[in-house]
Design a protein around this ligand. Sequence first.
Ligand code: C5P
Length: 226
Amino acid sequence: EKKIIIAIDGYSSSGKSSMARALASAIGYRYIDSGAMYRAVTLWGMRHGMVENGNVDSEALVSALPGITIDFKPMPDGRQRTLLNGEDVEDEIRRLNVSNNVSQVSVIPEVRHRLVAMQQALGEGKGIVMDGRDIGTTVFPAAEMKVFVDASAETRAQRRFSELVDKGVPATYEEVLANVVHRDHIDETREESPLRKAGDAVSLDNSCMSIEEQNAWLLDLYNKIL
Ligand code: C5P
């Protein structure tokens, strides 16, 4: 059976991770959340006083990179837990204080080079669904299937806010919306592999779609491409 690489890019909280994970489990592929890797590096920097309130000591963080390892532990439900130097940080990297700093860490070219190399290594055997911002443009420009997901900022903020409430993470809708808009802006305007739709990616605006509709749409696209 032919194995391919599937790249799902898009804006923050567009639902791309849920879609990517559902597709991976439906077709028996490995799912990788590349954003978790940028979040893990950000958390490491916060813990070591190199990242605070949107300010990053990039020189110090870049020299620390060789000592930062990131792994994924697959769970029986198809989810993955992110390990930072062996420690499970999956819950911590989803907090708003990490979200508020992650885009500032993600602009650093050396951070991107290192994480992109790790992502490419994970895709070596194909049979992988990866979501992020630059998967179809930079990480896997030759991916056989590319999707670019978008929805209005308000829709996305509402989704992220509900997710945080469900997890019992303290946040207000207003601060989540502000974070989503701010993060998108940094992601779109950075020099190094900015958030951009690949020329050969298929666009999906899922503002008015249910999760079931999105999953069906994605599986249908996969079956057409294969
Ligand atoms: O996907 P998620 O919202 O968790 O990603 C967090 C942040 O990580 C993004 O806002 C972006 O700054 C960065 N990121 C990136 N490239 C990727 C994935 C995430 O720059 N491929």
